[in-house]
Design a protein. Structure first.
Lengths: 79, 237
């Protein structure tokens, strides 16, 4: 693994907040965006009930703690 | 050094002193490979059968985009397919997940066993069949089970496989995998592996520190994984 790649942290908020302490090395911001969307997809595939009771939000942070972007998924009842 | 091999084959059949001595003679050509190196690469011609003595290796395939799928682990006492030399080339690579020691057994020695030591020959066939069974189980887990169950299942399996070869003392064993490698095995992104592991830790199922995996609640873990060890065919363990 190329150690010069930046590290990204993906914090997950549904009913609870799960802070990512470890982080993942990824090539660049576009790669991090893809990883975040894939992560959201995996979480929802495994725990679809999350959207029954709330939203799924994934915040991507850099090593300095700046939030770079957010994936925000919700289910809206339209009746 | 062949202790794990003796224990592993003992799961299947009783081998007498002369069988065990013969197994040791098979393992005379001992080699080492450093972590990250290949024992054999994809497309190379297999000339020998590898018997894993110490450390972990894996079978893997690499896609053109560089993504990797790990399709099997070789733990101490495991071997690669007993008649692999029939093939013209390897359809996958075998790489070291830790520094490893293995024995390379020549084609002729393998053929001789089938003439002279039928009990060992049968045990080697058994080992190859179990590898295939494990692969079927992994495929089922990948296709039909959720991430949490999948990870619980692989931990139950590895715990049992390490235990029968005497390498899991006190429900704790050396797990030389990175999170990436674990993800490449059960088809999860590293980010998701990280989260699934944290969840297991929070629920008091496992602890993973410094590449040592401690199973804290094996019964709960088995229940989550719906783990049934029959596919490992360890009839004497």
């Amino acid at each position: 693994m190329d150690t010069s790649m930046p590290r990204y942290f993906f914090d997950l908020h549904d009913n609870f907040t799960e802070t990512d302490d470890l982080g993942t090395e990824l090539l660049d911001d576009p790669a991090a965006r893809i990883a975040a969307v894939q992560f959201a997809g995996e979480v929802l595939k495994n725990e679809p009930e999350i959207l029954e009771v709330g939203t799924l939000q994934i915040d991507a942070r850099d090593t300095e703690g700046n939030i770079l972007f957010t994936v925000d998924i919700r289910l809206k009842d339209r009746r | 050094m062949t202790n794990a091999l003796h224990k592993r084959l003992a799961c299947f059949t009783e081998l007498d002193e002369s069988d065990l001595a013969h197994l040791d003679r098979l393992c005379e050509d001992v080699r080492t490979v450093k972590v990250g190196e290949d024992l054999i690469g994809e497309r190379e011609k297999p000339e020998e059968v590898f018997i894993q003595l110490e450390g972990w290796a894996c079978r893997y395939k690499i896609l053109p985009d560089g993504n990797r799928q790990i399709t099997g682990y070789l733990l101490p006492g495991d071997m690669c397919d007993v008649f692999v030399f029939i093939l013209e080339h390897m359809d996958h690579g075998i790489g070291a997940l830790s520094d490893i020691t293995y024995a390379a057994v020549s084609k002729q020695k393998i053929i001789d066993i089938f003439d002279s030591h039928p009990r060992i020959a049968k045990a080697l066939w058994w080992s190859t069949l179990v590898d295939e069974s494990i692969l079927r189980q992994w495929l089922t887990n990948m296709g039909q089970r959720f991430a949490y169950e999948r990870m619980a299942h692989i931990f139950c399996e590895l715990w049992l496989r390490m235990k029968v070869v005497g390498l899991a003392a006190g429900d704790e064993f050396h797990l030389p995998l990175t999170q990436n490698q674990l993800g490449d095995t059960i088809g999860l992104t590293p980010v998701h592996v990280n989260r699934t592991l944290q969840r297991m830790r929070n629920e008091g199922l496992v602890e993973l520190d410094n590449k040592r995996l401690k199973i804290c609640d094996i019964e709960k873990l088995k229940e989550i994984a719906q783990f049934n060890s029959e596919y490992l065919h360890m009839k004497r363990c």
